[in-house]
Write a protein that binds this ligand. Sequence first.
Ligand SMILES: *Cc1c(COP(=O)(O)O)cnc(C)c1O
Length: 393
Amino acid sequence: MTQIQLPVRPTFLPFAKPDVDQREIDAVSEVIASGWLTTGPKTREFEATFAARVGAKHAIAVNSATAAMHLALEAAGLQAGDEVITTTMTFAATAEVVRYFNAKPVLVDIDPLTFNIDVNQIEAAITPRTKAIIPVHVGGQAADLDAVQQIADLHGLIVIEDAAHALPTEYKGRMVGSISDFTAFSFYATKTLATGEGGMITTDNDEWADRCRVMSLHGISKDAWKRYTSEGNWYYEIVAPGFKYNLTDVAAAMGLVQLSKLEQMNTRRQEIARRYDAAFGPHPALEPPAISPDSTHPYHLYILRLNLDALTIDRNEFINHLRTANIGVSVHWIPLHMHPYYRETYGYRPEDYPVAFAEYQRIISLPIYSSMSDQDVNDVIAAVTQIADHFHA
Ligand SMILES: *Cc1c(COP(=O)(O)O)cnc(C)c1O
């Protein structure tokens, strides 16, 4: 690697970091002191507050977005041999949950601007076995949900949003979480609301909500936590072989505090995004993320695109120089169809999804989180622009 003169931060800037203060610590301490650690009153309060925040009738807390999508597909009645349409530009979880059923994830290419599912390619992927569509809101900016719903209605398909990045997101004035059959949220440590591990399913359908709740805790037919309180009793029934996906009250207590900080954290990420846009927009080698007119952007990710024709180095070398400058970055994502499992199982070649394949080679996710200081932001801007200037073609 060619050495260049870069300002090197004295300390490493992590790619992501949760925004936690004394309030989360106090809330978690209180739960620990209460003696009730697992699913209980805090989880119920978190579900109710979350449902109100996104405008959903039901919110079911679980221990990951992966669990949320698994339960949604189960409630939707997915069977072995069925097909579920999603995109290749997503995290492992989105397609893996389909494989849990021995069903087939059918991948579609992405829109080159938003990196969300190319809705014009969905219909061609539909077969008589298609059961559901899982649009992924890349970085948090909503996919074209009206178009997805229109196709789903036409073909009798269920829509499950992978909204792991989309909190808070408004699509055409409606909150993500209140729009489709199911929405799955993630509270993984790096997400815009963090509880370490955690997730939420929202739906307006009473029957599906019941099924998700029952299956989230061993297929037991009533709220198991009530079994151990004075209002409950010892009797319960197992109605199906369920899963162990419930959220703990420890995590829910943290989630409630994080929910109360959601606006404030979002505002800070907007500020950082505006500063990045202003710094990178004018540079011929750099392209800020595209903004959809239909959706707000919560900037869980800030995916910078390199104009490789204007650079003498590739994306990997660009990342190596950022590392040297002590700045942590990531890539979202290596498209699913390029991973060994999907390649070998379904025989994909990289060029089968030309847009995802091309975009993958020029993307870098920059640090963007509310606990970043102005100096942190300045350091990222300085390093990115100086690398781009130095290796300008
Ligand atoms: C993080 C993420 C998930 C998985 O979330 P977990 O809560 O860790 O299960 C799913 N989809 C996308 C797009 C993600 O980024």
